[in-house]
Write a protein that binds this ligand. Structure first.
Ligand code: CP
Length: 368
């Protein structure tokens, strides 16, 4: 059975097909009005959301289906200590497909491994947000007519911004994509994302702290919010929160066909004065989310009985005594979960946690 945890579980051909379906859903809504009649979507949101939860709800209702779920952990039995695995076992009995958001990284993977219906990752901690990426790609395709030959500026919190990690992973598969990473030093893209998708033989990239200097070369400017909820120390957030504020003034040297995106919600990183600029596409982007999620729900339900051939095939390795060090990993709160790793770099002894992609270096520990 097919779930969607990581955007890379979809091939570029599948993404193209989803975009075509979403486009057709906009053009011919009546053709899809009963496509999910009798089906139920379970929305399990352990963390706040406006766009993702409501666009999933709207998507299923537009397809003729129904929706049940909760919008905060406090109103579910998770507040009594119920595990993710038990929660999804139950919700599988009440619904045909599940969309889950969770603050712990890897929780939707755990859900997919215990559910008997497809699970869609609707955002897990600072890790992945694949349906936001589908929304971003759909918007870029609609605005620019292509997903290749683009210079993409990513600005703000590149460390904790899960939408950035998923977008880089997805766009690095298209031809001639150049990334310009714009962030304060402390919020730079994590080394593992850079190592995996950027650099030699992969997409080219540059890094800067200066948004205005980067502006003239950009086809896409993807602004992000500084992720207050992911900081260990509030003072660090206060110091960094106003690092980038996009204003009409700062757009003076931008291309006339620049496409300004933001996954939203914004705090103050895009001034409201920019909203009237024809290059501001972020509200249209959020609206597009409904159609691409409709296309995804339809695809996963129609493939429910097929084996998942796109699952990462890399072998898991057991590492005696190794423990994931990522404080946001689902294994930190669900301690009965086994510690599971995959090898990233055999030569240097680098492994990654199967749930959250956190790196562990057992060889380094041996030497210590
Ligand atoms: N972009 C996004 O995930 O928004 P919400 O947090 O409102 O769902």
């Amino acid at each position: 059975m097919r779930s969607l945890i990581d955007i890379l579980e979809l091939s570029t051909e599948e993404i193209d097909a989803l975009i075509d379906t979403a486009q057709d859903m906009i053009a011919r809504p009546e053709a899809y009005a009963d496509a999910c009649r009798g089906k139920i979507l379970g929305t399990l949101f352990f963390e706040p959301s406006t766009r993702t939860r409501l666009s999933f709800t709207s998507a299923m209702m537009t397809l003729g289906g129904n929706v049940l779920g909760f919008s905060e952990a406090a109103s579910s039995s998770a507040s009594k200590g119920e595990s993710v695995a038990d929660t999804v076992r139950m919700v599988s009995a009440y619904s045909d497909i599940i969309a889950m958001r969770h603050p712990k990284e890897g929780a939707p993977l755990v859900a997919a491994e215990h559910a008997t219906v497809p699970v869609i990752n609707a955002g897990d901690g600072g890790h992945f947000h694949p349906t936001q990426t589908l929304t971003d790609l759909f918007t870029i395709k609609r605005k620019k007519g292509r997903l290749e030959h683009l210079t993409v500026g990513l600005c703000g919190d590149l460390k904790f911004g899960r939408t950035v990690h998923s977008l880089i992973a997805a766009m690095s598969r298209y031809a001639d994509i150049r990334f310009v990473l714009i962030s304060p030093e402390e919020l730079k893209l994590p080394g593992y994302t850079r190592h995996e998708y950027l650099g030699e033989g992969k997409s080219s990239f540059s890094e800067t702290t200066d948004l205005e200097a980067a502006m003239p070369e950009l086809d896409i400017l993807y602004m992000t919010r500084i992720q207050q909820e992911r900081f260990a120390f509030h003072d660090d957030y206060l110091r960094l929160k106003d690092s980038y504020i996009l204003t009409p003034e700062k757009l003076k040297n931008a291309k006339p066909d620049l496409c300004i995106l933001h996954p939203l919600p914004r705090v103050n990183e895009i001034s409201v004065a920019v909203d009237d600029d024809p290059r501001a596409c972020y509200f249209e982007q959020a609206a597009n989310g409904r159609y691409i999620r409709m296309a995804l729900i339809l695809k996963l339900l129609s493939e429910k009985d097929m084996p998942d051939q796109n699952k990462k095939s890399q072998k898991e390795i057991s590492l005696d005594g190794a423990v994931c060090q990522n404080p946001r990993c689902i294994t930190t709160t669900e301690q009965e979960l086994p510690q599971r790793f995959r090898c990233v770099d055999r030569e240097h002894g680098v492994y990654r946690c199967v749930y959250c992609d956190g790196r562990v270096y057992p060889k380094a520990n041996e030497k210590a």
